[in-house]
Write a protein that binds this ligand. Structure first.
Ligand code: HEC
Length: 255
């Protein structure tokens, strides 16, 4: 048993099995937290509280229907005006923010209910609703995450997740899985889907359908992680030693 590389879990020293299990326990916990965080960050962006493809399209690619004005009218500014006037502004936002409708429909509302505060003489830091330019600044399209943010998040993501799956895959390599190609595919999938996941964040800006690629990549990564986690834990502690494993504990290479 000079070579531990290709040895089945049951033949590894107890200390190593304890180490592997402890690492898997913490990774498992971390994975649950990561899923929870994805939920917290993205669910509900489209108005529906469940996490959906639309939420991810908005997060990465932006929201063609969403503007700062709409967010404010649904949030902190909601009580500044009567409901039917609020609806008038929302309808105007949803029908293409036509410039010719501002003077007759929108500006009177802004002057009556908003300009008291949104006025450079009162508060220079707020959008100025006494001039048309101020309105323009809050009706610009929501462009989603900036390229700058994406680059920062993607390099952290690529490095850290590679570590996690190198360690998880290394532990799982001590399992006996037949046929061998299945084992190899399960080990390789997280790295491939890591690349398609990160690439899709950028591609979602070009075509929003790539949000589904983000979801598919994440799902496949999760499935691989789950398979490696449970197979390793099972074969390490609970399962019987598979008959295929040699007297010396070596996992036969061929087959
Ligand atoms: C009583 C003063 C006051 C009134 C009236 C008021 N606002 Fe505001 N508004 C604020 C303050 C203060 C902020 C910044 C803090 C915040 O976002 O809650 C703000 C923020 C906003 C923002 C977000 C700006 C940004 O850059 O993200 C928008 C949009 C907005 N208001 C629209 C309106 C509209 C439309 C009305 C009229 C229906 C209105 N506000 C009436 C005080 C007011």
């Amino acid at each position: 048993m000079s070579n531990l590389n290709n040895v089945h879990f049951k033949f590894l020293p107890m200390s190593m099995r304890v180490l592997f299990s402890a690492v898997l326990l913490v990774f498992g916990l971390g994975y649950c937290m990561a899923m929870f965080q994805v939920w917290e960050n993205h669910a509900g962006k489209d108005g529906d509280p469940m996490l959906s493809g639309k939420d991810l399209m908005i997060a990465y690619g932006g929201n063609p229907e969403g503007t700062k004005l709409e967010t404010a009218l649904r949030g902190s500014m909601a009580d500044m005006l009567p409901a039917e006037k609020r609806q008038t502004i929302l309808d105007w936002l949803h029908t293409g923010t036509k410039v010719e409708e501002i003077a007759g429909k929108i500006d009177p509302i802004l002057q009556e209910h908003c300009a008291a505060c949104h006025n450079p003489e009162v508060n220079p830091h707020l959008p100025n609703f006494t001039s048309p330019d101020g309105l323009k600044s809050v009706t610009a399209k929501d462009e989603g995450m900036t390229i700058h943010t994406l680059i920062r998040v993607s390099h952290i993501h690529l490095f850290s997740i590679t570590f996690i799956f190198f360690i998880t895959g290394f532990i799982y390599s001590h399992a006996l899985v037949r046929p061998t190609w299945v084992k190899c595919v399960v080990i390789a999938i997280p790295f491939l889907t890591l690349i398609t996941d990160v690439a899709s964040w950028y591609l979602t800006k070009v075509w929003s359908g790539f949000a589904w690629m983000v979801i598919l990549s994440g799902a496949l990564m999760g499935i691989s992680f789950t398979i490696m986690w449970f197979t390793s834990m099972w074969q390490m502690w609970l399962g019987k030693l598979p008959a295929d494993v040699g007297e010396d504990g070596q996992i036969p290479c061929i087959r």
